[in-house]
Design a protein around this ligand. Structure first.
Ligand code: KIV
Length: 276
């Protein structure tokens, strides 16, 4: 009965929460990418990515909005469904969109939909101490949760732009405390976006669960980037942590493989990708 989830007829077993925790403990970097459709999900999975995120960044890179705010639960369910058909080995995480987790009951209902209708294995939500009760409620129902702290793109209109977070000491201390609180509430992963590298390391050292960084420096347990950024599809001014892996690559698959290898070999992020 349990064979399906453990093997799916593959040489390597699929990644699960325990795999990721083990990787943190053994210092094996976790390589993560976003995906939004079945074909790219297959490439990303084939490239050896450990975790695939159906991010609400789809609002920007797929739908053409300026922010992630307009993304709906229906959008995420649709994209999770199609991505899940392309993923074999990687752990599949889906974003809870803006205002889809503003109460315990709403969060539980929407998380269940992402898992049952979409096929997500974990849900990700943005927020620090203010989300501890929501995270505790979801994890009390055995819903795996990734807590997204640092730059929270859903709060862009409140914070006044996509900016580096945790620059001053009190803000940095608060972020470490938030990570500890979220872990205590049951979060299985912390995603840390756009913070100085020193803070990335402090958060990584403060919790036992894996810390996945995006613009959080080299001293975290894993790295995630938006697929369309590493494939050179995204136009305009890009954040400094983005690297275009299509340059010099033979194919989209090759670019994804190069990203995964760079993370595993700790060549990404280099100092030029980091904030200090
Ligand atoms: O939505 C997304 O793609 C994200 C990334 C910033 C990791 O949350």
């Amino acid at each position: 009965m349990y064979k399906q989830l453990e093997q799916r007829g593959m040489a390597e077993p699929p990644v699960n929460v325990s795999t990721l925790t083990r990787m943190k403990r053994s210092g094996d970097p976790i390589a993560c990418l976003t995906a939004y459709d079945a074909s790219f999900a297959q490439l990303v999975d084939q490239a050896g990515t450990d975790l695939v995120l159906v991010g609400d960044s789809l609002g920007m890179v797929i739908q053409g909005h300026d922010t992630t705010v307009p993304v709906t639960v229906e959008n995420i369910i649709y994209h999770t469904k199609v991505v899940s058909r392309g993923v074999q080995r990687a752990f599949l995480v889906s974003d809870m969109p803006f205002m889809s987790y503003s109460s315990k009951a709403q969060a539980l209902e929407n998380a269940v939909r992402l898992m049952q209708e979409g096929g997500a294995m974990m849900v990700k939500l943005e927020g620090g101490a203010g989300q501890i009760d929501i995270v505790a409620h979801l994890t009390a129902h055995d819903i795996p949760v990734c807590a997204h702290i640092g730059l929270k793109p859903q709060s862009v209109h409140k914070i006044g732009g996509f900016k580096v977070q945790g620059h001053d000491d009190s803000e940095a201390r608060k972020m470490v405390e938030d990570a500890i609180g979220l872990e205590s509430a049951g979060a299985d992963i912390v995603l840390l976006e756009c913070v100085p590298s020193e803070l990335g390391k402090a958060v990584r050292d403060a919790v036992k669960v894996p810390v996945i960084g995006i613009g959080a420096g080299p001293d975290v347990d894993g790295q995630i980037l938006v697929l369309y950024d590493i494939l050179g599809i995204t136009q305009g001014r890009l954040p400094r942590f983005v690297e275009n892996y299509m340059e010099g690559a033979e194919s989209n698959l090759d670019a994804c493989v190069r990203f995964v290898r760079a993370v595993k070999d700790r060549e990404y992020p280099a100092p030029k990708h980091c904030f200090s």
